[in-house]
Design a protein around this ligand. Structure first.
Ligand SMILES: Nc1nc2c(c(=O)[nH]1)N[C@H]1C(S)=C(S)[C@@H](COP(=O)(O)OP(=O)(O)OC[C@H]3O[C@@H](n4cnc5c(=O)[nH]c(N)nc54)[C@H](O)[C@@H]3O)O[C@H]1N2
Ligand SMILES: Nc1nc2c(c(=O)[nH]1)N[C@H]1C(S)=C(S)[C@@H](COP(=O)(O)OP(=O)(O)OC[C@H]3O[C@@H](n4cnc5c(=O)[nH]c(N)nc54)[C@H](O)[C@@H]3O)O[C@H]1N2
Ligand SMILES: [Mo]
Length: 762
């Protein structure tokens, strides 16, 4: 191994600990957000405070006065930054100059302060009056041949109130095109769980973690993406519960954790061991692994029955509550161990060990993330997790169930209130009844379909409620080019990002209040509501002075855009945006699950949305929980060369999706750089590579041929503890290796975690 490769140092410490405390201070300092921030942090996630925009992990009822979460602090300090992207800044920087900024530099300019319109003559964004912007946007939207030529994107920080108004506006206008960030992460959860158990969300509540015997963490990285979950996992480990992790990479946040709020752990340098077992599955190998565990479990069960020992499956549950068991049984019987081993990268013995641990647990929770969903078989993967749980009746009993780790802090809520390109008919009917409008029943477009429609010229305008759509999507070679063919783009945003610079013919940038800021409307200060990953809905009320007096709230922006576009609308836009309680009343009228909305969010901690599967009520067409047989592997290797690797795009510890906070990835031992690939010792050695060597990565087509233009050059090799056959690189840089056509067949979620590639020395 080369000694001393710049920025590649490894990391020996636990997750959390002093490193987290130092990073908090550094992030607050870098954004010059000191005093405001500290006050804000104390109120974050509290009953009367605002909801942390960091992640969707729920808040415990018995929380510490301030749960220090490093990445929550980063999210908040970047929102409450004192830096400003003002009209004066834009007057000094033409778009051609801004294009050369890195993604980090773009967001680091600071908060947008004024509504802006792009002027082609000067190549600059220029301030525009709100009224003028709304009038022009409305005129343009009315000018298109068909409302189906307009795409309405939502990123998941948007509150329930803003999201509901937004979809109402789009539907009254006549479009059902709702590309949304959940199409990029948990689309397979919505589709797969709905078909399997009749509920497109998780079944567990936070207190189930107090009662489970076993937590299986598969394909997610809580140390970075859901840091507050480590507190929960620590409690499980401390009371003797078992945690088993399944991940190609050794992720420190799954291994051990030093709780920053525990003086004992902090000052003695102790840490809690989280996972008792860690299985480094190959990227894309989960489905083979899950089949192996289930096969071993069934074999074990049959042996026990022969020996007159108690069964290790819940046969009574299977008989009463499920359908499809015999097809699953037949599929597993036919699976060959050699194939399961080859595809998963784990041994028959390891799969038996996993089955054994699972069989001994009386109540098991399976937690999963993008390592499961972002594959061509993402939906099937989710259903395999359900299969495993159903075999032992682990859904709908205390301490057990399925727990998808959702992404953005309100991505689940946005879908609950109607951001859905194929909304159920009863919902659409209630919207029509409540508002005396007509809405289309046409199946609309999700994210990948929207980009393809823009590429084909079928879509003329794109409105983005937050996010950074073009950068978040695969294959910028196609996505970026498509964006520039649009007639109009409208971005409702807090910060500048690259999507804003992919100019259409007409471009507007509308600055929104962030969640930490005071939202004053006609009837006084407003709260919004959000739904966390465990279906808890609660209020969030910003308290800070807005970054600029020209900012508008998202509901206000939507309402004014709607009034400018639909002058004869019967909807009471002005009244609703002046009093969000009226929006909640409307949500309640359209969606019965929100009955008593305003009263229920007044309760401390809010309320839980109904999750029928948690009480074994299966809202599926056959009224049963369904076993679903899936294919063996994420990638069909038939035509791939023998040296092909499967690449997953990864988040560093210093980023939030496309927002790059800094250049470090502390828990993976990387400092000051992102131009790296992670490779196992075995794969490196077989190619004669050592740490620090520079390589090129070439993506492959399904037929094994090099994919033209889908390559990255000059990446530095990091030797990492990870599965053979696998390789990792950071998003969004690695998006050039992806294909817009490689998607999960059922949900159309891009296969961000399984791109076949080959590497060569640069
Ligand atoms: N700080 C921070 N917090 C975030 C985000 C952020 O970017 N930064 N993003 C938010 C969003 S929108 C989302 S959706 C969530 C994402 O949260 P996660 O689901 O944790 O997402 P990732 O970090 O993309 O990847 C998770 C893990 O999957 C593993 N993996 C890759 N391929 C495979 C595979 O084939 N099988 C298995 N078993 N594992 C695999 C990787 O090694 C990695 O540890 O986090 C949210 N929270
Ligand atoms: N290769 C690869 N690509 C991926 C992924 C992957 O794992 N691999 N993950 C995917 C996933 S899971 C997701 S969710 C998507 C994320 O896709 P998006 O949600 O579209 O992207 P973000 O980076 O979260 O959006 C950041 C921008 O949101 C805006 N913003 C922040 N806060 C607010 C607010 O309060 N209001 C408004 N109006 N705007 C705000 C800011 O302008 C900021 O620049 O990326 C996907 N892309
Ligand atoms: Mo996400």
């Amino acid at each position: 191994m080369k000694k001393g490769v710049a920025g590649i140092n490894g990391y020996q410490g636990p997750a959390g600990g002093w490193g987290a405390v130092k990073a908090v201070t550094a992030s607050v300092f870098s954004q010059r957000a000191v005093a405001r921030d500290i006050i804000a942090m104390f109120k974050m996630n509290q009953v009367s405070g605002f909801d942390c925009p960091g992640c969707a992990w729920p808040d415990p009822g018995h929380r510490a006065p301030m749960e220090l979460c490093e990445n929550g602090v980063k999210a908040v300090s970047w929102e409450t930054t004192s830096k400003k992207a003002s009209p004066e800044f834009f007057s000094r920087h033409p778009v051609s100059t801004l294009w050369r900024y890195s993604d980090y530099e773009l967001e680091n300019v600071g908060r947008l302060t004024h509504p802006m319109k792009y002027e082609a003559a000067t190549d600059r964004w220029q301030a525009v009056e709100w009224d003028v912007a709304f009038r022009e946007i409305g005129e343009r939207l009315r000018s298109y041949d068909s409302p189906e030529q307009v795409e309405f994107y939502t990123s998941g920080r948007t509150s329930n109130e803003a999201a509901f108004l937004y979809q109402l506006f789009a539907r009254e206008y006549g479009s059902n095109n709702f590309p949304d960030c959940s199409n990029m992460c948990h689309g397979p959860t919505s589709v797969g769980l709905t078909r399997a158990i009749g509920l497109g969300k998780g079944t567990v509540a936070l207190d189930d973690f107090e009662r489970c015997d076993l937590v299986i963490c598969i394909g997610h990285n809580p140390g970075t993406n859901h840091p507050r979950m480590l507190t929960t996992l620590r409690e499980v480990a401390k009371r003797g519960g078992k945690i088993i992790s399944i991940n190609p990479l050794a992720e420190r946040g799954l291994e051990r954790f030093s709780f920053p709020q525990s003086p004992k752990e902090m000052f003695s340098g102790q840490a809690t061991t989280l996972s008792s077992r860690y299985y480094q599955v190959k990227m894309g190998g989960d489905s083979a692994l899950l089949k192996g565990i289930m096969k071993a479990l069934i074999e074990m069960d049959e042996a026990r029955i022969l020996l007159d020992q108690p069964s290790c499956l819940d046969h009574a549950f299977i008989a009463e509550h499920t359908a499809g068991y015999s097809a699953l049984y037949e599929d597993l019987r036919q699976c060959k161990w050699a194939e399961l081993e080859k595809e998963s990268g784990l041994t028959h013995g390891q799969m038996e060990d996993l089955a054994d641990s699972y069989s001994k647990s009386r109540a098991t929770i399976v937690c999963y993330g993008l390592g499961i969903t972002q594959h061509k078989n993402g939906t099937e993967n989710v259903q395999q997790l359900v299969n495993l749980l159903l075999l032992k009746g682990n859904i709908g009993k205390p301490g057990a169930g399925i727990c998808p780790l959702r992404g953005h802090s309100n991505v689940q809520g946005d879908r609950s209130v109607g951001i859905n390109e194929a909304a159920p008919d009863d919902f659409l009917q209630r919207l029509e009844d409540r508002f005396a409008i007509k809405v289309s029943r046409q199946h609309g477009r999700s994210s990948v379909e929207s980009i393809r429609a823009i590429e084909r010229g079928d879509a003329r305008a794109l409105i983005c409620m937050g996010g950074n759509l073009a950068v978040a999507m695969p294959e910028p070679q196609r996505t970026f080019a498509a964006m520039k063919t649009l007639d109009m783009q409208v971005h409702i945003a807090t910060k500048l990002n690259r999507s804003h610079l992919l100019l259409a013919k007409h471009n507007y940038l509308l600055p929104a209040l962030g969640r930490t800021e005071r939202d004053l409307q006609a009837t006084g200060i407003q709260s919004v509501t959000v739904e966390d990953a465990m279906s808890m809905v609660h209020a969030s009320c910003g308290g800070l002075k807005p970054a600029s007096r020209w900012l508008k709230s998202e509901p206000a922006i939507v309402a004014e855009m709607a009034r400018a576009t639909l002058p004869h609308s019967p909807v009471n836009w002005e009244e609703m945006s002046g009093n969000y309680a009226l929006i909640r009343e409307a949500i309640e009228a359209a969606i019965p699950a929100f009955a008593g909305y305003n009263a229920r969010i007044a309760e401390p901690g809010g309320f839980r949305m109904d999750t029928p599967a948690s009480r074994r009520e299966w809202h599926t067409p056959n009224g049963k929980a369904n076993f679903v047989v899936g294919r063996l592997a994420a990638v069909d290797r038939l035509h791939q060369p023998s040296d092909a690797l499967i690449l997953a795009s990864l988040r560093s510890h210093d980023q939030y999706n496309t927002t790059i906070y800094g250049m470090d990835d502390r828990y993976r031992g990387i400092t000051g750089r992102r131009d790296v690939v992670f490779l196992s010792e075995t794969e490196a050695r077989s190619r004669g590579l050592v740490q620090g060597d520079v390589v090129n990565v070439q993506a492959l087509e399904d037929n094994g041929q090099p994919a033209e233009g889908r390559e990255m050059r000059g990446l530095t090799v990091v030797i990492y503890s990870m599965a053979a056959g696998s390789i990792g690189a950071y998003l969004p840089e690695a998006n050039v290796l992806l294909s817009l056509d490689a998607v999960d067949a059922e949900s159309l979620t891009p296969a961000y975690k399984s791109v076949p590639v080959v590497i060569t020395r640069a």
